[in-house]
Design a protein around this ligand. Sequence first.
Ligand SMILES: Nc1ncnc2c1ncn2[C@@H]1O[C@H](COP(=O)(O)OP(=O)(O)O)[C@@H](O)[C@H]1O
Ligand SMILES: O=c1ccn([C@@H]2O[C@H](COP(=O)(O)OP(=O)(O)O)[C@@H](O)[C@H]2O)c(=O)[nH]1
Ligand SMILES: [Mg+2]
Length: 235
Amino acid sequence: MWRRASVFLSILEPPRHNASRFPFHTLFKENYGICPKHVPPIITFVLGGPGSGKGTQCAKIVENFGFKHLSAGDLLRREMVSDSEYGSMILDTIKQGRIVPSEVTIKLILREMESSDNHKFLIDGFPRSEENRIAFEKIIGAEPHMVLFFDCPEEEMVKRVLSRNQGRIDDNLDTMKNRLKVFEALNLPVINYYARKGKLYKINAVGTVDEIFEQVRPVFEACQVYIFSYFYHVI
Ligand SMILES: Nc1ncnc2c1ncn2[C@@H]1O[C@H](COP(=O)(O)OP(=O)(O)O)[C@@H](O)[C@H]1O
Ligand SMILES: O=c1ccn([C@@H]2O[C@H](COP(=O)(O)OP(=O)(O)O)[C@@H](O)[C@H]2O)c(=O)[nH]1
Ligand SMILES: [Mg+2]
């Protein structure tokens, strides 16, 4: 109770920092003297086909809204080049454009979440199948608060991936064809699931990076208010 009262009183005072630029965890700790490490995290899934611009827009969301960005693909690539027992399996799977078993990806995501000071996570490129989604929600014991979907025509995605130039083993036409098939067969059902639940924010992913971010910004501005009241109620 004392915690609620102290939060309530402090809420009447202006925060010392711009809320959009600081992790909520830090903001609460500094302004309200508490560290809500026990609070369930705020999770946003960022979905879309290969090359739709997920990673690019996540960087802008981090910069403007202080989320922690977890790219499932980046975590898998990092694991692949480490001494991991999963290394060669991940390499083969990514090369073929298929999906790595849920338990491996989820383990990597959870490890990052647990070691982070932040409470707001952008999970980029995951879940990629209904099986991924169900396994994650079961382990976390909660659903994401919202889901962004970058909607991009196939030919634009192919063009972007083939000129991405990051030396990725899957950025070639053969793998891309498989990835697009996997996207349609396995990723789209996840997107449709969240649309039915009213959690999906569909973004038109054609345009300049800044034009696209202007569609993303209001979604997160509205979410800031929600997050604030969420933390207030769970603390
Ligand atoms: N709006 C855009 N217009 C043109 N190219 C873009 C746009 N957004 C991202 N890109 C480029 O397309 C490629 C794929 O973007 P990326 O963010 O890696 O997509 P994803 O994570 O969905 O695969 C990158 O080379 C990136 O610089
Ligand atoms: O949850 C995930 C995320 C990625 N991948 C694998 O990693 C590849 C690259 O994923 P990433 O998200 O980096 O690709 P992007 O869509 O950003 O181009 C995918 O094609 C999959 O083979 C996976 O198996 N599970
Ligand atoms: Mg990406």
